[in-house]
Design a protein around this ligand. Structure first.
Ligand SMILES: Cc1cc2nc3c(=O)[nH]c(=O)nc-3n(C[C@H](O)[C@H](O)[C@H](O)COP(=O)(O)O)c2cc1C
Length: 224
């Protein structure tokens, strides 16, 4: 039987699929049947040449989650000291809404770094091929490879939100991609990990659209 949905409109779903961290419920079990339902929708996404070189790893084993969580935490503490860290970006932008939104995201990111290993399910979307060290990789093969997994992963995250699950796109564990590949027996040379996405039921199901600067500041029509 299909899992119950929240009954969000399309626009509500698209505007409230937020990065959920502090409101992830670590205690409530996430059945594999709801993950499978979301997977059915994930694989409706487009891929270059319809090649479908995607693979999705789901980690539920507590020991493996703890090990991956520890790598994530290590990576996060390295990132935290970088100039591009969310803690520093837009910190004094002059746009007080943007500064406040960044401060909230930073505090939320700190929380997730401390608890990644406790999230009931960790998803690692993977794609055949590597963009980092393959000779002759041009912009089309790079964007083609990444673009053949990211829409599917986002489809999954939207399907999850529709069913009361929270997720967050993270990539910092990739500093230790090889180590995580070893834990999960992912063939590192042939398959690239794209993200580490925590999945849990959310504490409460109401989420608001995030603050974003006016769309005119990022839109161009006919010329840059
Ligand atoms: C490519 C990419 C990589 C990201 N990596 C991380 C990460 O490693 N850790 C993290 O806490 N947030 C990461 N984020 C940020 C969050 O997923 C999220 O977009 C941000 O906190 C804003 O939250 P909102 O989308 O709910 O407004 C990443 C987002 C993207 C798109």
């Amino acid at each position: 039987m299909a899992h119950e949905q929240l009954g969000l409109s399309n626009d509500e779903l698209l505007s409230t699929t937020r990065a959920v961290r502090k409101r992830l419920d670590f205690e409530r079990e996430v059945p594999m049947s709801v993950i499978k339902e979301c997977m059915e929708l994930a694989v409706q996404a487009p891929t270059g040449s319809n090649a479908q070189g995607w693979q999705f790893m789901f980690v539920t084993d507590p020991e493996k989650r703890a090990k991956i969580g520890a790598f994530y935490q290590r990576a996060f503490s390295i990132y935290r000291d970088m100039p591009v860290a969310i803690h520093k970006l837009h910190a004094d932008s002059g746009d007080s809404d943007l500064t406040a939104s960044q401060a909230r995201s930073a505090s939320s990111a700190d929380f997730l770094a401390d608890h990644m290993g406790e999230v009931p399910v960790l998803m690692i979307p993977c794609i055949a091929g590597r963009t980092d060290n393959e000779a002759g990789m041009n912009i089309i093969s790079q964007t083609g490879t990444l673009g053949s997994i990211i829409p599917a992963a986002w489809n999954f995250m939207l399907a999850a939100r529709a069913r009361g699950l929270g997720t967050a796109w993270t990539t910092l564990h990739l500093m230790f991609e090889k180590e995580v590949a070893e834990i999960l027996e992912i063939p590192f040379e042939d398959v690239m990990q794209i993200a580490l996405i925590p999945i849990a039921y959310t504490k409460g199901t109401s989420f608001k659209p995030a603050y974003r600067p006016p769309v005119e500041t990022v839109m161009h029509v006919d010329r840059w």
